[in-house]
Design a protein around this ligand. Structure first.
Ligand code: C2E
Ligand code: CA
Ligand code: CA
Length: 890
């Protein structure tokens, strides 16, 4: 016996107890003793909790054996601990009474040691097996069937109901790992239990539910007319308003049971195939199995079966696609692309197998093979005296799982004596989203060793712009979708984005490659925008490596697009302006000498408009606000001072469009007041010309940057719109918010505000939901007006909004911003209603490194305190407020 089992001996007779304990101890058990039923109960609640078995006398003082059994039944412990009754010469009716109460066996006095040991041992063994079975049958965590038993019971259920129509539904929680990582595994467990209960109820008496994997439930569900109609809704996350974790996505695959000769496991596999078609696709919650899915899966299997052999037998080959200089069309390099010549299936392009290889990890072998082949090829070239061009290989994100990737690559390249700068590594933008830190470290190491890093498919991911300056990159490779012309309307905005990215990359001193260029027109446009390199069918399709040498010979020589420092100048502020005109700066200042200093300082780079007081400034603003790139504003002036100008700008919605730099006497404490009114920064008097110019340059760049960036995000946003936006207000939804939070700048400090409309429910009830929607829209409009372009706004619940004021970490300003939002909402009129809005706010300072739930909890706690004081109030989170335990208060 490895671990001593504990046995509870209950008898009022000391000698009887001593005898039994001696017998049991001799057989290796630990014993605990109780003199009556009550003592036994106390022990069961305390140190006897783990007891494996009980020996129980019937007649005892205080609480006898029957009473104890009754109590144990009531508390449920009778199903946990087997009981052997120790009797004298009682009659049969005693035994019956005991069995009725859940006892398992009997021992008669006087005790025979061997018999006692035997009974105990066999009862323990029996009990353990039984416990094991029930443990296997139901999943310990959720209480629904475990895999084997789901299969078994599902089969029985189908057999018993051969005339009914059933479906197997395979439910997978998308990114469950992330939920565990984000909210903790206890919350993950909680969600599993919640869903299990939900599905158990959903299938009802006619179906069954099981959990067959960590985050996978399967249902066998009878199709009644009722649930046929509503089917898809059942799997929509919207159903789960009261779930313990928010923002999770479910993916459901449905196999309508047609072929009953299939095993349940096969049926589940088919439902799973259906899920696979919608994995990682936002907005898709369910898919119904069709036979073509099976065909595709079988082909994938066939490919997977043959992949090892393909590598050994040289069925993979290297194709090269040239990259040309835009300037003189010379060949500047090539990209290596894999092809598979399959003995049965013929020529297969990577589109069909790369993502599968990425999933099963085989890609690391293919990429290693490609790198080796490319090195061999370059080595041959060099030995033949041909001047080589750099060749890029694709590095899959899966390759980074190997923690010695830099060493492997270097080892391979060095084995062939290839100079590192002849190898470029293409790493897709999206690779950086999974574990940026590790990937950045590896890629930086590779860059340090002299390999050139190309960021592939740039613009297709979401993190791009924020991360750009932090990533080790030498060349930006624009995503093909930005180049290829769709219809004419899209063409216009795509052009904008392209030219923006290209100017941005110049600013960062990174050369750009456009791929997927097919037409002369596309080539011309990209050339005009200043794109450095072009790859695409316009020049050539990928070709077998052997053909590449003769291709090169026919092309013009010498391309130096990568020598960026010589060819690319740093952007001057106006290179962002699309019309080529210099940005216009409005200066408002009452002292003439100051005005002249400003004019002298600014006019080399900017157009300057001078105004002498607030009134003139406002008139100028009214006429030209669309053209003004930045405003320099003095605070103390006759005829309308700076504060009044700010107020004017605010009420005309200009404050978020035009950056305002306050020029103020140093030491005056009007700064905060101006900041409250929407000013962006300060320059103290007397001016330091460099500081002033720096602020102006920054403001102008930021303005153009945000404008273009907005367009850029809108473009991409269209792809995700459905999943990220709240339909009613067009603000982000909760999902969009957490996505946006992922895209904050590294370590950025910001202020988070939760706003809660007071009494919306009451209003809904009395005025109707359409009017309620009006209220929500009104509030959304106010928030939009009160925030800057770069701030992030989301509607995260029926009556709850969240605002992230970016780059704002001053508690005073934070509190002010929150209060102001509440005030403005309180002033807003709901169209056609005599209804006074009121809104409470919880505020917290936060940092990009925190999770959504951390930030949310603090803001929500502050909100709770705000409401406790009085509705319509506003409260800033402070460390002495204990964080409330509730996840949300929707
Ligand atoms: P990618 O890295 O973005 O490669 C560019 C793809 O665009 C190639 O498709 C190329 O043939 C195609 N392409 C080039 N110019 C044009 C054009 O003008 N028009 C159009 N419509 N297409 C053009 P391919 O060779 O089928 O490769 C597809 C993807 O498979 C690659 O996309 C890359 O992600 C992956 N891949 C290919 N070879 C490898 C490899 O050796 N290792 C890894 N990890 N991935 C690879
Ligand atoms: Ca590539
Ligand atoms: Ca690409």
């Amino acid at each position: 016996m490895t671990q001593k089992k504990q046995i509870l001996v209950v008898d009022d007779n000391n000698i009887n107890r001593a005898v039994l304990c001696k017998i049991l101890n001799a057989d290796g058990y630990k014993t605990l003793e109780a003199g009556n039923g009550q003592e036994a109960l106390n022990l069961l609640a305390g140190k006897g909790r783990e007891a494996a078995l009980m020996l129980l006398d019937i007649s005892m003082p205080v609480m006898n054996g029957y009473e104890l059994l009754d109590q144990m039944t009531q508390q449920g412990s009778i199903t946990r601990i087997p009981v052997i009754i120790t009797t004298g010469a009682e009659d049969e009716s005693t035994e019956v009474r005991c069995l009725e109460r859940g006892a398992s066996d009997f021992l008669r006095k006087p005790y025979n040691a061997e018999l006692v040991q035997h009974r105990v041992k066999s009862l323990l063994r029996l009990w353990e097996t039984a416990a094991l079975i029930s443990r296997l049958e139901v999943d310990q965590l959720t209480g629904v069937y475990s895999k084997e038993f789901f299969y078994r019971h599902a089969e029985e259920l189908l057999d018993r109901n051969s005339a009914d129509v059933f479906s197997i539904i395979y439910v997978d929680i998308d990114d469950f790992k992330m939920i565990n990582a984000r909210y903790g595994s206890a919350a993950g467990d909680e969600l599993l239990r919640y869903l299990a209960a939900y599905y158990q109820k959903l299938v009802g008496k006619d179906g069954i539910c099981g959990r067959i994997g960590g985050d996978i439930f399967v249902l066998l569900m009878k199709e009644s007319r009722k649930n046929k109609k509503k089917e898809p809704d059942y799997f929509d996350t919207l159903e789960f308003a009261d779930a313990p974790v928010k923002g999770f996505q479910l993916k459901c695959g449905i196999y309508p049971v047609k072929n009953r000769s299939l095993s349940i496991a096969d049926m589940c596999d088919r439902a799973k195939l259906a899920v696979a078609t919608i994995k990682h696709q936002y907005g898709f919650h369910y898919a119904v199995y069709s036979d073509s899915m099976l065909t595709r899966a079988l082909r994938e299997h066939q490919l997977a079966d043959g992949m090892e052999e393909a590598l050994e037998k040289g069925q993979f080959s290297v194709y090269l696609q040239p990259k040309h200089c835009t300037e003189n069309k010379a060949v500047a390099g090539a990209e290596a692309l894999v092809r598979w010549n399959h003995p049965e299936l013929g020529f297969i392009s990577p589109g069909e197998f790369i993502s599968m290889f990425e999933r099963n990890g085989f890609i690391t072998k293919v990429d290693e093979y490609m790198l080796r082949e490319v090195c061999r090829f370059l080595g041959r070239w060099i030995s033949q005296g041909i001047t080589p061009v750099p060749i890029s290989v694709n590095i899959s994100r899966a390759d980074f799982v190997l923690n010695d990737l830099p060493e492997r690559i270097t080892g391979c390249v060095d084995a062939y004596n290839i100079p590192h700068e002849l190898i470029h590594l293409e790493i897709t933008e999206s690779a950086y989203t999974s574990d940026p830190r590790q990937i950045i470290a590896d890629v930086s190491a590779l860059q340090d060793m002299g390999f050139l890093i190309e960021m592939d498919d740039f613009g297709s991911g979401y993190s791009s712009l924020n991360m750009l300056s932090e990533l080790p990159i030498d060349i930006l490779k624009l995503d093909m979708r930005f180049v290829q012309s769709g219809n004419d309307r899209i063409k216009g905005s795509k052009r904008n984005i392209l030219s923006f990215i290209i100017s941005l990359s110049k600013w960062l001193q990174l050369p750009t490659i456009a791929e997927g260029v097919e037409t002369q027109d596309e080539f011309d446009q990209l050339k005009a925008m200043g794109c450095n390199l072009i790859q695409g069918f316009f020049f050539s399709k990928p070709m077998p490596a052997e053909e590449f040498v003769s291709y090169m010979e026919k092309q013009p020589l010498n391309c130096n697009a990568e020598k960026t420092n010589e060819t690319i100048e740093l952007l001057t502020p106006d290179s962002f302006e699309t019309d080529g005109e210099r940005p216009l700066i409005l200066v408002t200042e009452d002292i003439e000498s100051n005005r002249e200093i400003m004019r002298a300082l600014l006019s080399p780079s900017y157009r300057v408009a001078l105004t002498e007081n607030g009134k003139e400034a406002c008139e100028y603003l009214m006429a030209h606000h669309n053209d003004i790139a930045c405003m320099l504003l003095d605070l103390l002036m006759p005829v309308m001072d700076g504060f009044q100008v700010l107020e004017f700008m605010q009420s005309n919605g200009m404050i978020n469009e035009i950056p305002v730099i306050i020029t103020t006497e140093t030491g005056s404490n009007s700064e905060l007041r101006a900041l409250h009114l929407g000013a962006d920064s300060f320059v103290g008097k007397p001016y330091n010309s460099e500081i002033l110019l720096h602020h102006v340059r920054k403001a102008v760049e930021e303005k153009s940057f945000w404008k273009l960036r907005r367009e850029f995000e809108n473009q991409k946003g269209a792809l995700y719109e459905k999943a990220y936006l709240d339909e009613l207000t067009n603000l982000l939804n909760r999902h969009g918010l957490s996505e946006a939070m992922n895209r904050l700048t590294y370590n950025e400090k910001y202020t988070a505000v939760i706003l809660d409309i007071d009494d919306l429910k009451k209003f809904n009830d009395t005025e109707g939901h359409a009017a309620g929607d009006d209220v929500i829209r009104t509030v959304a409009d106010v928030i939009k007006k009160e925030t800057r372009e770069r701030d992030i706004i989301a509607r995260i619940g029926g009556d709850e909004f969240m605002v992230l004021f970016r780059e704002m970490d001053n508690p005073k300003v934070a509190l002010y911003k929150g209060t102001r939002l509440c005030m403005r909402i309180g002033e807003a009129a709901v169209p056609g209603k005599q209804f006074f809005l009121s809104c409470s706010a919880g505020i917290t300072l936060a940092c990009q490194s925190e999770t959504f739930s951390e930030v949310f909890k603090r803001a929500d706690t502050a909100l709770y305190y705000a409401k406790r004081e009085k509705k319509g109030g506003c409260c800033l989170w402070e460390s002495q407020m204990s964080v409330r335990n509730t996840e949300t208060n929707e």
